[in-house]
Design a protein around this ligand. Structure first.
Ligand SMILES: NC(=O)c1ccc[n+]([C@@H]2O[C@H](COP(=O)([O-])OP(=O)(O)OC[C@H]3O[C@@H](n4cnc5c(N)ncnc54)[C@H](OP(=O)(O)O)[C@@H]3O)[C@@H](O)[C@H]2O)c1
Length: 228
């Protein structure tokens, strides 16, 4: 399987990249980003592109892929709806539209988030915009598209959140992950489960096109935690 990964420098994308590189069934991973991941691996090709609203100059490099894992995204904190929509909807649709045209046999997996609003009418701006994005992606002519809605994601294997405030947040709540997992199993997952569940959906499909946190964990059961 040949995979394109967007958002590979982010917290979710780093986890997904790790699982892709470890999976023997993945023969190649192309990361498409505005900066490098800094990683070197025989299966990894990095494509740096500066304008994420226009991929016409690199279309020829984006063909022949079986799956796209779209982990690119931004927080809505401090953003107007217009600014947030430009990244979340416009940029995503520019990338996905190009990929659908170049790879009609592709499975496309989008990371949105728990609480995403499919009706497009809710009061939470981020949830509405993510919901509109999901709906538009589901209309594109991919072989299959899956919307992943994780809740809390525990970064594993040395993955560090990009922003300082998020790093501080994970330093505080991360050690309590075994407790969250026991109390709220349907609302928490890990960076490893995200990657493995995406690979599973790309290879075997999934029963639903919109997968909530619980569905993601069901696709990829977690390894048992020591002591639990
Ligand atoms: N983290 C969580 O616990 C969590 C939970 C639920 C859902 N999610 C969703 O998962 C997605 C990824 O989250 P994350 O925590 O991994 O975010 P992150 O660590 O901030 O990473 C964001 C990624 O998107 C890229 N990106 C952002 N804006 C871009 C732009 N304008 N042009 C090109 N690339 C851009 C970043 O690239 P650069 O390195 O170049 O900035 C980076 O690779 C988001 O949609 C988020 O809502 C995350």
């Amino acid at each position: 399987m040949k995979v394109i990964l967007l958002g590979a420098t982010g917290m979710v994308g780093q986890g997904v990249l790790r699982e892709c590189l470890r999976d023997p069934a993945v023969e190649q991973v192309l990361t498409l980003g505005r900066s490098t991941t800094g990683q070197k691996h025989e299966k990894l090709i990095e494509l740096i592109h500066k304008n994420f609203f226009d991929f016409s100059s690199i279309e020829h490099e984006l063909t022949g892929y079986d799956a796209c894992f779209f982990c690119l995204g931004t927080s809505s904190a401090g953003m107007s709806e217009q600014e947030y929509r430009r990244i979340t909807y416009d940029l995503t649709m520019a990338a996905a539209g190009t990929l659908a045209r170049c790879n009609p046999g592709m499975t496309f997996i989008y990371v949105s988030g728990a609480g995403t609003d499919s009706t497009g009418t809710g009061r939470m701006m981020w949830a509405r915009v993510k919901g509109e994005t999901e709906n538009a992606l589901l209309e594109l002519p991919f072989r299959a598209a899956y919307m992943f809605r994780p809740g809390y994601i525990q970064p594993l294997h040395g993955i560090v959140p990009k922003t300082r405030w998020l790093k501080r947040f994970y330093d505080m709540v991360g050690p309590l992950y075994p407790l969250w997992k026991r109390l709220l199993p349907g609302y928490v997952t890990t960076s490893e489960q995200m990657g493995r569940a995406m690979l599973h959906a790309a290879r075997h499909g999934a029963r639903k096109h919109v997968l909530e946190n619980r569905d993601i964990n069901e696709l990829c059961p977690p390894p048992p935690l020591p002591g639990l």
